[in-house]
Design a binder for this molecule. Structure first.
Ligand code: ADP
Ligand code: MG
Length: 229
């Protein structure tokens, strides 16, 4: 699913540059559930954003589902992003002036799915995350856990090959975090490949493999026995 060879990334800061990812090698098979760990500033989000085609790398080779992503135009990247990827963020990133069902349906709009079909699919995924009664509510009427469930429904609605999550439980209490992790584990049980950034050991242990970054280098890469949420 993911093949990364000797990938490097620097951020230009005026005259200086900050070397954030230093020779990353990473292979991820279909159906894996990988936690990306490491202290703050170690490059976790940068790596996830490059994998998600939200950012570009400087050198190295990155192939997603057999397609080499290096030097892809922004337009092509947007097409692949829509077709292959679902995202979940710590801050939910819901659109506050659209109601819940409209939020979930939005990625399908970009895939040119018809309005009635969009609505039908969005309601189906809202039901899966237990939020059908909230379909017509606005995001600011929901709790944090509910907002994240909407974000999960939105990410799943376009049936991505790969789900990318950046600290999805980072803003939630421990009980709600477990609920969200249970949902993400079920998505993985259904065969979806998942990469998830977290700095919490309890959360990482609910994945199946832990990749640990330190100062832009992979220090550890281990398969683990998954703890069920
Ligand atoms: P993590 O997610 O592990 O906390 P990040 O990948 O967000 O780390 O950041 C790694 C380093 O790159 C940090 O030092 C951060 O300040 C820097 N950085 C991240 N994004 C940018 C950016 N857009 N421009 C400049 N520096 C950045
Ligand atoms: Mg981060």
């Amino acid at each position: 699913m993911i093949s990364i060879k000797d990938l490097n990334k620097s951020y230009k800061m005026g005259k200086n540059s900050l070397h954030v990812l230093k020779g990353i090698n990473l292979e991820v098979e279909e159906g894996e559930f990988v936690a990306i760990m490491g202290s703050s500033g170690s490059g976790k989000s940068t790596l996830l954003n490059i994998i998600g085609m939200l950012d570009t790398h400087d050198t190295g080779v990155y192939a997603l589902d057999g397609i080499v992503i290096d030097n892809l135009t922004e337009k092509k990247a947007a097409v692949y992003r829509n077709k292959f990827l679902g995202f979940i963020f710590q801050s939910y990133n819901l659109i506050n002036f659209k109601n819940v069902v409209e939020n979930v349906a939005l990625p399908l709009y970009y895939q040119k799915v018809s309005r009635s079909k969009r609505n039908e699919i969005a309601l189906k995924y809202l039901e899966r995350v237990g939020l059908l009664p909230w379909a017509k509510h606005m995001p600011n009427e929901l709790s944090g856990g509910q907002k994240q469930r909407v974000a999960i429904a939105r990410a799943m609605a376009s049936q991505p090959k790969l789900l990318l999550a950046d600290e999805p439980t980072g803003a939630l209490d421990s009980v709600t975090s477990r609920e969200i992790m249970q949902m993400i584990q079920e998505i993985n049980d259904d065969g979806k490949t998942i990469l998830m950034v977290t700095h919490e050991d309890d959360i990482a242990n609910m994945c199946k493999r832990i990749v640990r970054l330190k100062d832009g280098v992979i220090m550890e890469d281990t398969k683990i026995n998954q703890v069920r949420a």
